[in-house]
Design a protein. Structure first.
Length: 402
């Protein structure tokens, strides 16, 4: 049995926290002792928190209680390392050429909380999800007075060669034990932008197929469109941010409606809401487009929609696309880097990024095909929790000696 720490900043409404919970549960099923370590008192996906793993919140009891939704059984750790550690931490940054650009106040605060956890619990390996956790886990491990556990960043996104994240990773990744990429496209991006050898990167695609999805899909969606006999419903799900490019979906839908009667439902919240609503009005689609906000159970919507559309400019591994297939919903996507082509495996289901007319024609072709829910669910089943957990287990056995 290996003591595994799965580190993520917070359990917010993002794909990485949800995937972290699923992987943690899968590894615990294989007999590992698993801690889900978070640094901020944000708790979503409470129904997905595995009972066979510990949830450890390094944010203090007062902060967790103030959040008002701390899951039962959460282990609260509020102690920080002595401030004298900052001097040692600065020395580590300088001596390892990690530079003070990584030592932002929030990262430094995370390090001060992580050091006591690592020293007390002594995990055998730490998987760090998303950039702030990559930096803090490595700096915390290198600030210990004893040999540190192996640090394995789990990379969920692609970045440009000159981006801040890529520049930091060129300093960071040579010092970690290994790197996990959530798709083949992300793995290629890591090697291209960080200079790390391919042999030190393992692709483990996200476990987006979960029995929990199937259970929730059976529930009735809370939207009046599913209770009338109106036209088919096209579904989009995601944060209302530029990278999700719902503007392209709106333009494509506007064209599709000239050929095929349908309605568009977008589940999500974010800073682009006003701009999207303004464009809906400009296109005279107010009676045909609904943006009700974030929905805790999008699977009930997926199970009853006629078509799911992903319009993103970039992804790491679009979990939501697999979840739509798992619900038996036909899906199309932009051919963005990276992930959709690995999931759909069909060029006629993909459109160029940012091309509304091309996406519209892909949507129209999909409408003409009879839906085969059994085949769609079988395609999604390739990305199961069990399969991902086994790959993590194999990776751990090659890194940790117990």
């Amino acid at each position: 049995m290996v003591h595994v720490a799965m580190q993520v900043q917070k359990l917010d409404r993002g794909g990485a926290p949800l995937i972290t919970l699923r992987i943690a549960g899968g590894m615990a099923e294989l007999g590992h002792r698993v801690d889900i370590v978070i640094l901020e008192p944000v708790f979503n996906f409470n129904d997905e928190i595995p009972s066979n793993a510990r949830l450890v919140a390094l944010c203090g009891r007062q902060a967790a209680v103030a959040s008002g939704d701390t899951p039962e059984g959460t282990i609260l750790r509020g102690d920080s390392a002595p401030l004298t550690l900052l001097a040692r931490l600065a020395a580590v940054v300088r001596s390892n050429r990690l530079r003070l650009l990584m030592l932002r106040p929030k990262v430094a605060a995370y390090v001060l909380r992580l050091v006591p956890y690592i020293e007390r619990e002594r995990p055998d390996i730490i998987f760090a999800n998303l950039p702030p956790m990559e930096y803090s886990a490595l700096l915390a491990a290198r600030s210990l007075s004893r040999p540190p556990p192996p640090i394995v960043p789990v990379v969920h996104s692609v970045f440009g060669q000159n981006s801040r994240q890529s520049r930091r990773r060129r300093l960071l990744f040579p010092k970690v034990a290994h790197v996990v990429a959530v798709s083949h496209g992300v793995a290629e991006n890591i090697c291209a932008t960080s200079g790390i050898a391919k042999a030190r990167v393992t692709t483990i695609q996200n476990p987006a197929y979960s029995p929990h999805v199937a259970r929730l899909a059976k529930l009735q969606p809370d939207h009046h469109w599913f209770r009338d006999a109106g036209p088919p419903i096209v579904l989009g799900v995601g944060r209302l941010v530029p990278d999700k490019d719902f503007h392209t979906l709106l333009e494509a839908f506007h064209f599709v409606r000239t050929q095929h009667a349908c309605r568009l439902l977008i589940l999500g919240e974010g800073r682009m809401r006003r701009a999207l609503e303004k464009r809906v009005r400009a296109l005279d689609l107010s009676d045909h487009v609904s943006i009700p906000g974030w929905e805790d159970n999008p699977y009930a919507f997926m199970a009853r929609a006629s078509l799911f559309v992903l319009s993103s400019r970039r992804e790491g591994f679009p979990t939501v696309l697999v979840e739509a297939l798992a619900c038996g919903c036909p899906a199309v996507s932009t051919d963005c880097p990276s992930g959709p082509s690995e999931i759909l495996e069909a060029q006629d289901l993909l459109a160029p990024v940012g091309d509304p007319k091309a996406l519209a024609w892909v949507m129209l072709r999909a409408f003409k095909k009879p839906a085969n829910s059994t085949a769609l669910r079988a395609k999604a089943a390739r990305f199961s929790v069990e399969r991902a957990a086994q790959k993590y287990d194999k990776l751990i056995s090659g890194i940790v000696s117990v």
